[in-house]
Write a protein that binds this ligand. Structure first.
Ligand code: ADP
Length: 400
């Protein structure tokens, strides 16, 4: 079955085409249409095995972007389909499913209404996700669409993990609670790591660390999330590229009350000017932090230490939450590629029975065990593949 995976943002449409059968999962083509509705929209396209191409296109909305994409997919020279009817289903990344969605859902009128209802919880993401779905309904009439939610995998958390200690009414009337994000990635690496380490997925205890520009950790037992670091929004938890992660809520009050900042200014400060960038003079990219730290930049050194401190304190907490763990899993751009981050993190985990294998840790972007054989808790690098997870979920929703 050929599945199109769509990740629609306010001015972009990322896509991947997969061929999925029980025995085979193959990426056929992928790309991104950027600056939709803005000046000079750009179409990046790559067929598996070919070089990436980039051209300027004339489009004004997501439906037109999809039509441009469709033309390319059936192009005699660079396409991957004979006919668009080969696409049997479309899987969509949807950021927030609230409490309504504990798994993926085949899109119908009611599902679209629920995605719209959750927009208050993800105002920047859910509306464009819905635009992507509706564009596909227009361009692929009759082809089923499946919504795959970033929050769904975390819906197994118990109230002791998801409730904030604020008046209960705020949860009951306004749905203020921890939801968690990156669920598709946590789910993918949980499954892939169980397979890789030959662990029983109904019993394994894994601490999955998704470390990209945004980052989150999940404590997963038997395929069920028990706790995670992001909250009602993706601002909570780890020190991220430009996001603060956890700060005392009193800081927000201070900024407003004592420094006279507006709500928008605080939002911008905590989401866009904080994290690594806030601590290291605007450097949000871990490669820049590491290189500056090596050259003696004290702010970059501190930012690196704060990143590792926050990360390892959660790993310790989740070891208790899970009452022991088979492995920690490192994924996302930093987890998959940064040997120095992994080394600094694992150096602190000896107390939990996890010791670094320095030569194995040289790995970049591929699955590997990077702890020593005598470690009682393993450390594993596992590349994530959120698009493939969405394609698998889409296929499963339509065939089971
Ligand atoms: P996003 O969350 O935007 O999907 P990614 O998962 O691509 O982000 O991760 C981006 C992060 O990965 C950046 O901080 C980048 O510095 C980091 N990264 C990528 N490659 C390396 C590397 N070789 N060494 C250190 N960090 C890396």
């Amino acid at each position: 079955m050929k599945v199109l995976v769509v990740n629609a943002g306010s001015s972009s449409l990322k896509f991947t085409v997969f061929h999925i059968t029980d025995g085979e999962r193959r990426m056929l083509a992928k790309g991104n249409i950027e600056r939709i509705g803005l000046k000079h929209p750009n179409f990046i396209y790559q067929r598996a095995g070919d070089a990436k191409t980039e051209i300027e296109v004339t489009i004004k909305d997501h439906a037109e972007a999809l039509k441009v994409l469709c033309d390319r997919l059936v192009d005699a020279e660079v396409g991957v389909l004979r006919d668009l009817s080969e696409i049997k289903a479309i899987g969509h990344r949807v950021v927030h499913g609230g409490e309504k969605f504990t798994s993926s859902a085949v899109v119908n009128h009611e599902v679209k209404k629920s995605i719209r209802d959750c927009a208050a919880l993800a105002p920047l993401h859910n509306p464009p996700n819905l635009v992507g779905i509706e564009a596909c309904e227009t361009v692929f009439p009759g082809t089923p669409n499946v919504a795959v939610f970033d929050t769904a995998f975390h819906q197994t958390m118990p109230p002791s993990s998801y409730l904030y200690a604020i008046p209960r009414e705020l949860y009951e009337r306004h749905h203020i609670r921890k939801y968690g994000f990156h669920g598709t990635s946590h789910k993918y690496v949980y499954g892939a790591t169980c397979e890789y380490l030959k662990l029983d997925p109904t019993k394994a205890r894994l601490i999955t660390c998704h470390l990209g520009n945004g980052g989150s950790i999940a404590a997963v037992h038997g395929g069920k999330v028990v706790d995670t670091t992001m909250g009602m929004t993706p601002l909570a938890g780890l020190v991220m590229g430009t996001r603060s992660g956890n700060v005392d809520a009193g800081v927000v009050l201070f900024l407003i009350r004592n420094l006279g900042m507006s709500v928008e200014a605080v939002d911008n400060l905590l989401n866009k000017q904080s994290g690594l960038a806030g601590l290291a003079d605007g450097k949000s990219d871990m490669r820049d932090i590491i290189s500056a730290a090596h050259h003696g930049d004290a702010h970059a050194q501190q930012a690196f230490q704060c990143f590792v401190q926050r990360l390892t304190s959660y790993i310790g907490a989740y070891f208790i939450v899970l009452q022991g763990a088979d492995a920690i899993v490192l994924t996302g751009g930093i987890g998959e590629n940064s040997a120095p981050v992994r080394e600094a993190v694992i150096a602190r985990l000896g107390v939990l029975g996890c010791f670094l294998d320095k030569s194995a840790n040289a790995v970049m972007g591929q699955a590997a065990v990077v702890s020593t054989p005598e470690s009682t808790m393993k450390a594993v690098v596992m590349p994530t593949n959120e698009e493939l997870m969405i394609a698998i979920e889409t296929q499963e929703m339509l065939t089971t």
